[in-house]
Design a protein around this ligand. Structure first.
Ligand code: ADP
Length: 314
């Protein structure tokens, strides 16, 4: 089974011709729907075939009710800490060129407590894989990773968003770290003292990337997602996870892409679903499934809504 710890947001989206300037009042087409990296990844894991529990914090409001109803529809078990804060929200403007401006109201997500996570110890210990991101308080994420690690559960940390504060002690609790190019560049700047532009990551040669990954997470696996290029994998030399090579790239799958929102969330959810399904399979097989699942997710609009129903068996 999979446990995902993280955020749920109600996203409010306005499509407008141009992003509003300060002081302006403009018209836009509105829609609303679920968001939050944690929720998107939990939905992906569930649709990827894993028995999945999502640990989060919700307000006692319409947003919280939306989370419970959507989880129910996807067979996702939701274990929510009740918060006196409002359920998390995102305010998103998207212009005609697809550029966006986003404000997040963390609300209840910022109140997800260490105590609540510690009370879930038996659930965490019974899982095969734990997946967390950085849209929850750092001490809560750290408590979840530590609890899983102590129980021998495989820990996966999606180090997103890129501007989240991270510590080496937090990173070390991850067996598998899954940054995108921007997040990888920011982790390198912060923890390795190396400058690499996000746009240059995909074109950097494998042995150089591998050396950087080894400095960032000496004892674990780093998977860098490279958008339409695919993914780069780097293992610790004594911990190849069933692979024959310590580092390699796996090309993305072809897709009729219309919206890449949530592609990284799709990749992470699918990766843990595959790990839970076949723990002793070669790691490359999990990455191929995650690429396939994420490519399919770009063929529909939205984040959680665009997750395909696609399991490792096919
Ligand atoms: P994020 O959404 O965090 O920016 P990426 O852009 O790196 O993450 O995308 C995550 C994964 O989604 C990639 O590793 C790849 O498997 C898949 N993906 C993203 N964009 C495309 C695309 N245009 N075509 C096919 N697969 C894609």
């Amino acid at each position: 089974a999979v446990v995902v710890v993280g955020s749920f947001n109600v996203d409010h989206v306005w499509r407008c011709d141009a992003l509003p300037a300060p002081g302006a009042t403009i018209a836009g087409q509105y829609h609303t729907g679920p968001g939050g990296k944690g929720f998107n990844q939990a939905i992906a894991a569930a649709r990827g075939g894993a028995a999945t529990t999502f640990l989060c914090a919700l307000g006692e409001d319409a947003g919280g009710a939306m989370a419970r109803e959507l989880a129910r529809q996807d067979g996702l078990t939701l274990n929510a800490e009740a918060s006196d804060q409002p359920t998390g929200t995102g305010g998103i403007y998207v212009d005609s060129r697809g550029r966006n401006t986003i404000v997040i109201g963390a609300g209840a997500n910022a109140a997800l407590s260490v105590g609540f996570i510690e009370a879930q110890h038996a659930l965490l210990a019974s899982a095969s894989v734990l997946l967390a991101q950085l849209e929850s308080p750092m001490d809560t994420v750290e408590a979840a990773l530590a609890s899983a690690r102590n129980a021998g559960v495989t820990t996966v940390l999606n180090a997103a968003p890129a501007n989240a504060p991270t510590s080496i002690s937090l990173l070390k609790l991850a067996d598998i770290l899954t940054p995108n190019e921007t997040e990888f560049a920011s982790l390198l700047a912060r923890h390795v003292g190396e400058r690499l532009e996000p746009d240059d990551v995909a074109a950097t040669d494998g042995s150089t990337l591998h050396q950087l990954c080894r400095q960032l997470l000496p004892a674990g696996t780093v998977v860098i997602t490279l958008g339409a290029v695919g993914a780069f994998v780097s293992h610790a030399e004594d911990q190849l996870r069933g692979d024959t090579q310590p580092y390699y790239r796996i090309a993305a799958e072809q897709a009729q892409t219309i919206d890449t929102t949530g592609a990284g969330d799709a990749f992470n959810g699918a990766l843990v679903a595959s790990l839970a399904h076949a723990p002793s399979a070669a790691f490359a097989q999990h990455v191929r499934f995650a690429n396939r699942f994420a490519a399919r997710s770009t063929e529909a609009e939205g984040a959680a809504a665009s997750m395909p129903r696609l399991t490792p068996e096919g």
